[in-house]
Design a protein. Sequence first.
Length: 143
Amino acid sequence: MNNTHPIEGLMTTAMENLKQIVDVNTIIGDPIQSPDGSTIITVSKVGFGFAAGGSEFGQASQQSDSDQSSDSSDQSLPFGGGSGGGVTITPIGFLIVNKQGVQMIHLHQHANLYEKLVEVAPQALDKIKEILSKNDNSNASNK
């Protein structure tokens, strides 16, 4: 007697098929050599979703509680279920490696803005601290 529930088979099959679609080359593409010697690599964002569900259908019976307890462990109920999943692959930029170095070119400008904000944030905080400390020093000397 097989103790696995039918929904396990549905989930396993769906996940195996989705796993075949998504691999490391989906996110970081295969390198492309350009005539000038540069290497171009695509970078993508991958979104992944999965759902599964099912139900067992039983019949109402007129048996007594003692009869049901002896038979219920040996019987399997009819099962209906389904599963599905999806993958979205969105290119977000290109990584270019050449003699001058490595450069990331974003397809969306706002992504570049966020990157710049993260780079500038520590310097901006230092400037704010410096201004606040000058104000505190001038307030202390005026008292």
